[in-house]
Design a protein around this ligand. Structure first.
Ligand code: F3S
Length: 406
């Protein structure tokens, strides 16, 4: 049964009305207010149940005091996740933060942030790749995910439906089990708006990252339909989506013959769409525009967080050798456990590198940690490092690791 919420133009079920009215407590009511307000702004006709949430806004570097206060207040008010909810990276490895050089004052605040989420029954996954550690929404399922790279992966590779949510809205969705039905949640908004003919034959993750960055710049928020990409691995798809979402606002892409919804797009929906061609020279140019020459950068792999395969690739280069530069690998705790079990972490540390969990080179307080230069294979990381005033160098993972050993 559903009723129309008075004067708000958005249909709410009886249960949703009860939540909004405060019958399930003040935290649920506040969360419903936020979602209803959002739905009204975007012209949603109703809310939709969500199966899970992935919550961003975890690093104290981005949250600041106001964000910490908000989260502690929510926890105090009794906010509790009623659907599965995982957490994006924090500003530090929750155990090894001293070894990262994170200031004590920052760590104290960061731990309070994480404790607030724990009180709200959120899983302390602290990763931007929840889909690598068992949080894998089903095709067609409605979810409420934040973290633009995870949103792109969820929509495009898994075919689960989410808008590019924010920290507060994902928390509200976790607490109510609802989201406003608009945007990428609706069939008609999942159709492509432009065709990208990929002539570049992307091979490395850096190529995919460059392709995504270029596409985001050219298309803004338009859904791309890529042609000419063959057999990309999962890691290439996560690199592509992360970069698409960085330079533009792309939350969903299709790849002919690869992503699950591409085959369902009627041919007539592609006819008449503007076509853009991307050549190899375009990828090189994108890299040269963003990349700077660094003297002695910290080599950072893991934006988005490394999979086991990516860690293994680094291990194959490092086995029995020594690094002359710092190499930091970022991953989730789940992947770290497997990597440690297989001896990969020992190899990286034996070569002089480090593997950190829970955080990354963008959300950690790098400047307070004294960093000036980073080298990365991720356009997303380079983009944000540059915007933080750091020198950012781009290269493939192989190039960067080899260079770090010379
Ligand atoms: Fe993940 Fe940090 Fe990159 S959150 S996508 S590793 S900027």
């Amino acid at each position: 049964m559903s009723t129309e919420s008075e004067g708000e133009g958005l249909y709410l079920t009886v249960e949703e009305e009860r939540m909004l009215g405060g019958e399930e407590g003040p935290a649920v009511a506040k969360s419903m207010e936020l979602l209803v307000g959002l739905g009204e702004v975007f012209g949603a006709e109703r809310l939709v149940p969500v199966e899970s949430a992935h919550i961003s806004g975890v690093s104290y570097k981005n949250l600041g005091e106001a964000g910490l206060d908000f989260l502690e207040e929510q926890a105090e008010m009794g906010a509790r996740a009623r659907v599965r909810a995982t957490l994006n990276p924090a500003g530090m490895d929750l155990d090894l933060w001293r070894e990262m050089g994170v200031p004590e004052a920052f760590a104290e605040k960061q731990l309070r942030v994480v404790q607030a989420f724990e009180r709200m029954a959120v899983e302390l996954t602290c990763t931007c790749t929840p889909y690598l550690i068992g949080h894998v929404p089903r095709l067609g399922g409605q979810v409420a995910w934040a973290e633009s790279s995870a949103v792109a992966f969820s929509n495009s590779v898994l075919g689960a439906r989410t808008n590019r949510e924010s920290g507060p809205t994902t928390l509200a969705s976790a607490v109510t089990g609802r989201a406003a039905l608009y945007g990428c949640r609706l069939e008609e908004n999942r159709l492509p708006g432009k065709v990208v003919e990929v002539e570049a034959e992307p091979r490395t993750r850096l190529d995919y990252s460059a392709l995504g960055y270029l596409t985001g710049k050219l298309l803004g928020t338009t859904v791309p339909y890529f042609k000419g990409i063959e057999n990309p691995d999962l890691e290439s798809l996560k690199a592509l989506g992360a970069a698409c979402a960085t330079s533009g606002g792309i939350s969903l892409y299709h790849i002919e013959g690869v992503t699950p919804e591409a085959a369902q797009i009627p041919p007539e929906a592609l006819k008449g769409l503007e076509r853009i061609s991307v050549e190899r020279a375009d990828l090189s140019e994108a890299a040269s525009l963003l990349s700077c020459e660094a003297d002695d950068p910290v080599v950072c792999l893991g934006c988005p967080h490394c999979s086991l395969k990516e860690i293994h690739e680094a291990v194959k280069l490092l086995r029995g050798r020594k690094l002359r530069r710092r190499l930091w690998v970022f991953t989730s705790r789940g992947v770290y456990r497997e990597a440690r079990g297989r001896g990969y972490v020992d190899v990286i540390e034996g070569a002089g590198g480090r593997v950190f969990r829970d955080t990354c080179m963008v959300v950690a307080p790098l400047r307070e940690m004294g960093w000036r230069e980073v080298a990365t294979n991720s356009f997303k990381a380079a983009h944000y490092a540059s915007s933080m005033g750091l020198v950012a160098q781009l290269g493939t993972a192989t190039e960067l690791v080899e260079e770090a050993m010379r």
